[in-house]
Design a binder for this molecule. Structure first.
Ligand code: ADP
Ligand code: MG
Length: 164
């Protein structure tokens, strides 16, 4: 199911990659075992760039590549980091690959093109939609589905994490 922009809890605009990094750093700091972040947005919107910055702040050393061809890659950070790109997968294939096991594991999962596999995503997750405004500017829509994600959005709103 496509991301419903009208149901977003928090919408804000960023000027450049440094804005994306602020959000990624905050969320990497909050992440727990079993955290799932669903990423959507057109090609080039910054799903992979966000994931790379998130990994950096989770303590992953080395290069995080786009998983477009590998589908899933695992990294070691403060917590295990699972990075998926499901663009080329059908729902059946995603189920066969057992992707859902990652969501309930000990690590943090980021899923690019998550809306393509809505049916197997956990009920609780943070959903992020990235929209391209210009070469470096993005509008970011955040939607929390359950806890602790509701609290994260509340914190983001209250403490000015995103002010540039
Ligand atoms: N504010 C920004 N946030 C994310 N990416 C940005 C931003 N400004 C410029 N970019 C660039 O846009 C491109 C986004 O590409 P990518 O992350 O691969 O997109 P996607 O994975 O959504 O297809 C990267 O080259 C990145 O450096
Ligand atoms: Mg990508």
């Amino acid at each position: 199911m496509e991301f419903d922009k009208l149901s977003a809890k928090l919408v804000f605009e960023i000027k450049d990659l440094a804005g994306t990094e602020k959000l990624a750093a905050f969320l990497a700091g909050q992440a727990l075992a079993g955290t799932v972040i669903a990423l959507d947005g057109d090609l080039g919107a910054g799903k992979t760039a966000f994931s790379q910055l998130f990994a950096k702040h989770l303590g992953v050393k080395g290069t995080v590549n786009s998983p477009t061809f590998t589908l899933i890659k695992e990294y070691k950070g403060r917590l295990p980091f699972y990075h998926m790109d499901v663009y080329r997968l059908s729902l059946d294939e995603a189920e066969e690959l057992g992707l859902d096991e990652y969501f309930y594991g000990q690590g943090v999962t980021l899923v690019e093109w998550a809306s393509l596999i809505t049916d197997i995503l956990p009920q609780n997750l943070l959903h992020i939609y990235l929209e391209t405004l210009s070469v470096t500017e993005r509008r970011i829509y955040l939607k929390a589905q359950g806890q602790p994600y509701d609290d994260w959005i509340y914190t983001l709103t209250e403490n000015g994490v995103l002010e540039q």
